[in-house]
Design a protein around this ligand. Structure first.
Ligand code: G6P
Length: 375
């Protein structure tokens, strides 16, 4: 196992660094950059034509990818909800033959997710597994399967599988929207505005560039010096809005998993409804700007800055947030659907370097397992 790390001290850093390749593999041959059409080799055309509701079930990092997918689906005009798989059985939402239940699971072996998939399979819903492992239980148990093609992930903290899951779910949203076009009511005004500001063609041309944008980001990231600067702080908060919210949740999960420091993710707008009581000069607030409703998110960062918290802005160069920020994790200015993925890579690096400075067992954090096969 040791030799598999190559030049890297940890599998986690190796896997973060592999993302230009894993992202290219996730998308290869699956979309047409000219027309925006998405096709999946394992899912026949027309499979989703009757879908009117999508329920995503997942745990841990995969749950955050599911939340990312939920927002992409809703923005495409599709009714969608992401649920923790371990809560699914407690109060499962109503499903019928027009419901698609999507199990998002890197390993395909997480007991809670398999249980939710089994329950969904016993109903009239159609089931789909989004997984990294061909031949996994989830891939076998679901009606359909989509492979994220990320390659093996050894580090317990999921990294490259998150980005691939988020991209695949974004593409799935497009595919379902195309197959159900004409059967849905018109999208809300806000979605129309967004569609105008970023056409499908722009989005997919940014997707073409994503592997090289991630490669640039890996080369130029200031995550290590930022981790050093805030290494002695008391707690670390991550906030974001829209797609930036699941990115913030994932940023905080990664941080707590491998540093053992207190880290929490909040919806930026919720900060003032409680979490602000925790904000002090010793709690850096990492604020994710994904290019939608950034003005509101900036107000939330200002609320934290007023309480003396250092603000780490995850945003493009020239962004207004840099006027309040104490530190900058730079992301390129791309389609909002994809900027969350680039922001996630920066947050993975931040957690990695923070844990490295603290000399934590990065690849095998205490008490955690790569795959939890018990309920
Ligand atoms: C464990 C791992 C997490 C992972 C979660 C879900 O808790 O430590 O990193 O996100 O399981 O795993 P899955 O294989 O279902 O994506």
């Amino acid at each position: 196992e040791e030799t598999g790390k190559g030049e890297f001290d940890h599998y986690m850093l190796k896997e973060i660094t592999e993302q230009p390749t894993s992202i290219a593999q996730a998308t290869e041959g699956r979309y047409d950059s000219r027309t925006g059409a998405v096709s999946f080799e394992t899912v026949p055309d027309g499979t989703f034509s009757d879908v009117d509701r999508v329920v995503l079930v997942a745990c841990g990092t995969s749950y955050h990818a599911a939340r990312y997918g939920e927002i992409s689906l809703r923005r495409a005009g599709i009714d969608a909800v992401a649920l923790l798989a371990n809560e699914y059985g407690v109060a499962a939402p109503p499903v019928d033959e027009r419901t698609l239940v999507v199990a998002v699971t890197q390993s395909g072996e997480t007991a809670d997710t398999l249980d939710a998939l089994r329950r969904a399979g016993e109903s009239d819903a159609t089931t789909l597994a989004v997984t990294n492992v061909i031949g996994s239980s989830a891939a076998r148990d679901a009606d359909h399967r989509l492979f994220i093609r990320a390659g093996p992930e050894i580090g317990v903290a999921a990294t490259k599988t998150f980005s691939s899951q988020a991209i695949l779910l974004t593409m799935l949203a497009r595919r379902i929207a195309d197959e159900t076009a004409g059967t849905r009511s018109p999208p809300a005004k806000a979605d129309v505005a967004e569609a105008r500001s970023s056409s499908v063609a722009d989005r997919w041309s940014d997707l073409d560039r994503l592997p090289s944008l991630v490669a640039d980001l890996l080369e130029t990231s200031s995550a290590e010096s930022i981790a050093r600067r805030y290494r002695d702080d008391r707690a670390y908060f991550f906030i974001g809005r829209g797609l930036g919210y699941p990115v913030a949740l994932e940023g905080a999960l990664k941080f707590k998993e491998i540093t053992y420091e207190h880290a929490e993710g909040f919806a930026a707008g919720e900060l003032k409804h409680g979490p602000l009581a925790l904000v002090t000069p010793e709690t850096p607030v990492v604020t994710v700007f994904t290019g939608t409703e950034d003005a509101q998110t900036l107000k939330n960062a200002e609320e934290a800055a007023t309480r003396g918290a250092p603000i780490v802005a995850v945003c493009p160069d020239g962004h207004p947030a840099l006027d309040v920020a104490d530190a900058h994790l730079r992301i390129p200015d791309v389609d909002p659907t994809l900027s969350g993925i680039l922001a996630t890579v920066q947050l993975q690096l931040l957690s990695y370097h923070a844990a490295s400075l603290l000399e934590r067992a990065i690849d095998k954090p205490r008490n955690l397992a790569k795959s939890v096969t018990v309920e």
